[in-house]
Design a protein around this ligand. Structure first.
Ligand SMILES: *[C@@H]1O[C@H](CO)[C@@H](O)[C@H](O)[C@H]1NC(C)=O
Ligand SMILES: *[C@@H]1O[C@H](CO)[C@@H](O)[C@H](O)[C@H]1NC(C)=O
Ligand SMILES: *[C@@H]1O[C@H](CO)[C@@H](O)[C@H](O)[C@H]1NC(C)=O
Ligand SMILES: *[C@@H]1O[C@H](CO)[C@@H](O)[C@H](O)[C@H]1NC(C)=O
Length: 290
């Protein structure tokens, strides 16, 4: 399916200066069924309040069998009130430089017996778990309304700064996406977010970001907290969501996959497992709605 991205056209360049510090330069690479797209009008960023980060919750004892396969012994199962996926750690002696994965944009169905207009987000990031002051991430959020109608949008965020919707990358639920989040150093980063299925890609160089620790990386499906209300959104039911070719690279050139990651399971406020992350192998895992 990824061969759909054929020769790419480099589109416009745009420079933003957000607040006094964070700045970013964006470039669109767009090839849409062989047709040149007017990237200037498409390369649009809409600032939205920052999503809030992981609400730490003390790990509970597993109440469900861990993932399949012989490797699961090496993997830690942990529980979160808003995350489902894999969280991997490196060290300050060999910091994380980049993190990558293909994944599908969440394809949602309404979950019964909870308020309607429901959501799920999927993203790749650096420093979500143990570094409290920053998180550099990009992904896709899908919303499903009371009629079952859905829409998806791509976004990026350098927490605790604002989040930006990326209008230049159209997304439909279920589309294959890829995200590469790179921390060139603690305050300079690059994001490449692509809709590999439709042939759109945006590259962003971001400067003067909040200082990263570069010690962990995450591949996550999230029941996120809305930035403006601080409330957790109703979490939709979703089709199995695969993270494929997930890997991070370190300063010393090591490749870190899913082996040894904490596989994070999402328990809602009532303790019900609403998403489990199951490892398939070192590069692939699936998040399954429960
Ligand atoms: C980002 O930086 C790299 C390396 O400096 C450069 O090659 C690339 O053109 C830049 N892209 C944008 C969108 O500024
Ligand atoms: C992600 O981007 C970085 C920096 O441009 C690059 O070194 C790395 O190879 C990329 N990773 C993948 C999997 O494409
Ligand atoms: C990070 O890299 C950028 C671009 O090369 C440079 O301007 C900046 O001073 C560096 N920052 C740190 C903290 O090393
Ligand atoms: C948790 O349980 C309460 C009381 O039964 C219910 O009102 C609420 O909707 C439940 N929350 C979720 C997310 O299912």
């Amino acid at each position: 399916m990824w061969s759909l991205v054929r020769q790419a056209l480099v589109g416009s360049l745009a420079v933003w200066s957000v607040a006094a510090e964070l700045t970013f330069v964006a470039e669109a690479v767009i090839e849409h069924d062989g047709t040149v797209v007017d990237v200037t009008s498409q390369l649009d960023f809409v600032k939205v309040p920052p999503r809030q980060r992981w609400q730490h919750r003390s790990p509970r004892r597993p109440n469900a069998p861990p993932g399949r396969g012989a490797n699961t012994k090496r993997d830690t199962i942990s529980y979160s009130g808003n995350w489902c996926g894999a969280s991997q750690h490196s060290t300050t002696q060999d910091q994380i430089v980049s993190s990558f994965s293909y994944f599908t944009a969440p394809n949602l169905k309404l979950r019964p017996r909870i308020p309607q207009t429901q959501y799920a987000a999927a993203w790749v990031g650096i420093d979500g778990a143990s570094c409290t002051q920053a998180l550099f991430q990009a992904g896709v959020t899908t919303v499903v309304n009371a009629n079952g109608g859905q829409s998806s949008n791509a976004w990026w965020q350098w927490y605790p700064e604002a989040s930006f919707q990326i209008k230049g990358v159209p997304v439909k639920p279920g589309d294959w996406m890829s995200v590469n989040v790179t921390a060139i150093n603690a305050t300079t980063g690059r994001i490449v977010i692509s809709n590999v299925q439709q042939g759109y890609s945006v590259t962003l160089n971001v400067s003067n970001g909040p200082r990263l620790c570069r010690v962990d990386t995450e591949w996550i499906v999230e029941d996120f907290y809305e930035g403006d209300t601080g409330q957790q959104v109703p979490f939709a039911w979703f089709d199995d969501l695969w993270f494929v070719d997930a890997a991070a690279k370190t300063v010393k050139g090591k490749s870190i996959g899913i082996n040894g990651a904490a596989m994070v399971q999402l328990q809602n406020e009532n303790g019900t497992l609403v998403c489990k992350a199951e490892k398939y192998d070192n590069a692939n895992f699936v998040a399954i709605a429960g």
